[in-house]
Write a protein that binds this ligand. Structure first.
Ligand SMILES: NC(=O)c1ccc[n+]([C@@H]2O[C@H](COP(=O)([O-])OP(=O)(O)OC[C@H]3O[C@@H](n4cnc5c(N)ncnc54)[C@H](O)[C@@H]3O)[C@@H](O)[C@H]2O)c1
Ligand SMILES: [Zn+2]
Length: 327
């Protein structure tokens, strides 16, 4: 077993991960840096070479860490000796409900995140919510927006649970977190099982992400965590959903939940920069730029080809008052 982890995660949870591997005949520790820096060809190369020096074709790679370690570990496992099995042990909320599930693996190029990778579903995913107790509160909060997203598109019952348990979730209360993580993971598993290669239904998971990606690009990945960008992206998608007939009280409910979880202030941004980022995104995607919009809480549709004028008008209004829907 190749046991890939990062220094922070190994220091905090190495013993718990090792306990999971106690029946392995041999454990070879591998190291990745903490955070996004892990997802580089240099780190992949170093790991391939360490594995070649130690390994065999029938080995398994266990990636224990946040989404960065998971993405790197999955990619290295997918490509080493044409593919060995990968087990994901996600240790952040975002990784437990999102990154570890669905088989997408990737490293980054300086020009673009996640630009090199393959689909390589994990053999097992072990999401132990007790590992989340050491997570930075802002990281936890950021991950909660992906849980909100899962509820918004497919499960209004989960939305109601999040409304009820909001304060306990923010306080990392494990009795509240465990069922929310399980339900959000179940939702993602259901979607990717129906559409493993993202040709159709899996695109629903992009609710809030069309604007989030533009925000992240324009901000050069500084100032907002991914989940926070998704929080703002969902608020914007709600405006577009209202235009297509979402009931105002439904939009207000979700906006209030997002507001209650708490977002850092939106940095100063220009409409034209966001539109330019979306235009580049559109060119990069085969199906053009699509929007995931809500028809009601727990139900979503994919809308292609919304008029540019509408997006621009709504963006002006949104940047002026992002929380307009959550008084
Ligand atoms: N493959 C996919 O489908 C998919 C989906 C979503 C996101 N991602 C990727 O996931 C990455 C982001 O993942 P992330 O949000 O987990 O961040 P991360 O992996 O960068 O981790 C954030 C920080 O938390 C620390 N950490 C991890 N677990 C901890 C714990 N239990 N206690 C204390 N600290 C801990 C890490 O060391 C790191 O410093 C991005 O690279 C993104 O592209 C992939
Ligand atoms: Zn996301």
């Amino acid at each position: 077993v190749f046991e890939l982890s990062s220094p922070r995660v190994r220091a905090l949870h190495g013993a718990a991960v090792r306990a999971m591997l106690r029946t392995a005949s041999r454990v070879v520790p591998l190291e990745a840096p903490d955070g996004e820096e892990a997802k580089s060809i240099e780190h992949a190369t170093r790991l391939w070479r360490d594995m070649l020096a130690a390994g065999k074709r029938d080995s398994v790679l266990v990636a224990a860490g946040g989404g960065s370690v998971g993405d790197l570990g999955g990619f290295v496992a997918a490509t080493f000796l044409r593919g060995i099995a990968c087990v994901q042990v996600p240790t952040t909320l975002l990784a437990q409900v999102d990154a570890a599930i669905g088989g997408k693996t990737a490293i980054d190029l300086p020009e673009a995140k996640n630009s090199v990778g393959v689909f390589h579903p994990a053999h097992w995913i072990v999401a132990d919510t007790t590992l989340l107790s050491t997570l930075d509160r802002d990281e936890l909060r950021s991950g909660l927006f992906e849980v909100v997203k899962a509820g918004a598109i497919l499960d209004r019952e989960l939305v109601a649970t999040l409304e009820r348990e909001c304060q306990r979730l923010l306080a990392a209360d494990l009795d509240a977190l465990a069922p929310a993580v399980a339900r959000a993971a179940e939702i993602k598993i259901g979607v990717v099982a129906a559409d493993p290669f993202e040709t159709d239904r899996r695109r629903l998971l992009n609710f809030g992400h069309t604007l989030a990606h533009a925000l992240e690009t324009v901000l050069e990945y500084h100032g907002l965590r991914h989940g926070e960008a998704v929080g703002y992206g969902m608020l914007f998608a709600l405006r577009l959903s209202l235009r297509r007939g979402l009931a105002p009280e439904e939009a207000r409910r979700l906006a209030r939940l997002i507001f209650a979880l708490g977002l850092p202030p939106l940095p100063a941004l220009l409409v034209k920069d966001l539109l330019a980022a979306m235009a580049r995104d559109k060119k990069a995607r085969e199906g053009g730029l699509s929007w995931v919009l809500l028809t009601e809480l727990g139900s979503a549709e994919i809308v292609d080809g919304l008029e540019a004028d509408l997006i621009e008008t709504e963006l002006w209004a949104f940047l002026k008052q992002p929380f307009e829907l959550a008084p």
